[in-house]
Design a binder for this molecule. Structure first.
Ligand code: SAM
Length: 450
């Protein structure tokens, strides 16, 4: 199998790989890059991504450094756009949470032409769990980056860790945890390799997840199982996954916790008298770290009761209230130095207009340079040239000769809406079991008790 783009990054885009297209600061769209299948009915561009920012033949997105800015096709795509809509290229129609930024079927034809003709551009980004979370097709509520980054460090996910996750849902947490536990040494003892054991009881969701994991070449590190974990627990073909970390994003996590014991236990903490050949899904040689993710405090209470009953320790609850601050220079209220010192009057309007005009000019020069290159040069070296052009132009436009006090007051604004799915995170630890044999083994390893 080829290496997963989430785990082993390459430096350039390639055919048949996932790319995350940044349409704007907040809007991302996942696509699978496709090699041009040649001219179809005179449409030489082949597979094309159509967005409200213009049309982007995949041929212009291939074999370029990840992170490149690509300008919209300069060809008038009006007629092709209509034809393509009939043909339905798959990735153009993939439903995403930012669909409103994708093909806009409600805009009038003249408006579309105007938009296509405008100087639209996109960025082609390498897939990461964070970008996948921002662009994945939502099948359920998902765990967002501020929550999963905290969860993963609290449950001690690191290269080599074996994690149990339920339910898999849309796979947001799954991708982040796969990267966290990936130890990158194929051929090593499979029990020592990091792995994510993911469980989902909703059949269509399970099937989608399973297919996605294969598409993203993560099947060596993520194993998705179709299972109701309340009833059937977490063993894989009757064998223990030997996990030391557990993440439960379930409506009733307390229903699943008794399966995560060291001895076969019934709900409420009573030991099963007839354990047969039951195995614990937990690694017997390590403490286990659990996190449950629940939106309501009543769910938290029931989870905590069950955790206490089952012997878990260090139980605590955290809520992540993530808020982003936009910090900008506000030129409108800039203090102007005068003979009498600094005045609090608004900035000189003429100066602001001058600055805007010069910014506009720089943008036009930059776009003109890029457009002429795109038209005249389709060779491999093109994007490298674009890149350097783009860098020098951007660098130039960012160059601000004014001293800081003339660049405007530093102001910050908070985002009004929280981008996280707010939930309560309950953490707990189940210590590893210790007996005389374990004590002797420990003493043999460290005879001085050190
Ligand atoms: N953590 C996921 C993510 O980041 O994309 C989202 C999980 S979603 C909120 C909860 C999932 O748990 C749903 O897909 C649901 O089908 C699944 N689920 C609910 N009860 C389950 C059970 N008893 N066994 C397995 N999965 C279950």
């Amino acid at each position: 199998a080829r290496p997963s783009p989430f785990l082993e990054p390459t430096s350039r885009t390639a055919p048949n790989t996932l790319a995350i297209i940044s349409l704007s600061k907040e809007h991302y769209q996942p696509i699978t890059l496709q090699e041009s299948i040649g001219a179809v009915d005179g449409y030489a561009e082949g597979v094309t991504l159509n967005t409200r920012f213009g049309s982007f033949p995949h041929s212009t997105l291939l074999d370029i450094p990840w992170g490149s800015q690509v300008r919209a096709s300069v060809v008038d795509t009006g007629s092709r756009g209509r034809k393509r809509r009939r043909d339905q290229v798959e990735d153009e129609e993939t439903p995403t949470s930012n669909q409103d930024d994708g093909n806009d079927t409600t805009t009038s034809a003249p408006a579309k032409k105007a938009i296509a003709a405008s100087s639209g551009f996109i960025y082609v980004l390498r897939p990461t769990p964070e970008l996948w979370t921002s662009s994945l097709p939502h099948r359920t509520q998902v765990v967002y980056t501020p929550d999963y980054s905290y969860v993963l460090q609290r449950i001690r996910a690191r290269p080599g860790t074996r994690i149990i996750e339920a339910g898999a849902g849309s796979g947001s947490f799954t991708h982040a945890s796969a990267r966290a536990v990936y130890s990158g040494y194929p051929g090593s003892d499979s029990d020592a390799r990091g792995k994510v054991f993911s469980f989902e009881f909703h059949k269509p969701r399970f099937e989608k997840m399973d297919a996605e994991i294969k598409q993203h070449s993560l099947q060596g590190i993520v194993q998705v199982t179709h299972r109701d974990v309340y009833d059937e627990g977490f063993l894989i073909n009757g064998k223990s996954p030997k996990a030391s970390a557990v993440f439960l994003d379930l409506p009733a996590p307390w229903e699943a916790l008794h399966h995560l014991a060291r001895r076969k236990t019934l709900r409420g903490g009573k030991l099963d008298e007839n354990p047969c050949d039951w195995e614990s899904p937990l690694d017997p040689n390590k403490s286990a770290y659990v996190c449950t993710f629940s939106p309501c405090i009543e769910q938290v209470t029931r989870t905590v009761t069950e955790l206490r009953t089952l012997g878990w320790t260090d139980i605590d609850m955290v809520e992540i209230a993530h808020r982003r601050f936009n910090v900008i220079r506000d030129r409108a209220g800039v203090n102007i130095p005068s003979e009498k010192g600094f005045s609090a009057q608004p900035a000189d309007v003429a100066e602001a207009v001058k600055k805007l005009k010069s910014d506009l000019k720089r943008t036009q020069v930059f776009h003109k340079a890029q457009t002429s290159q795109l038209v005249s040069d389709t060779s491999e070296s093109k994007m490298d040239v674009d890149e350097s052009t783009s860098e020098s132009n951007i660098g130039d436009s960012n160059k601000n000769e004014d001293p800081p006090w003339l660049q405007g007051r530093l102001v910050h604004r908070t985002e009004n809406d929280l981008k996280t799915h707010t939930s309560y995170l309950v953490f707990a630890i189940l210590p590893r079991e210790w007996d005389e044999a374990a004590e002797e083994a420990a003493l043999a390893k460290w005879p001085c008790g050190g």
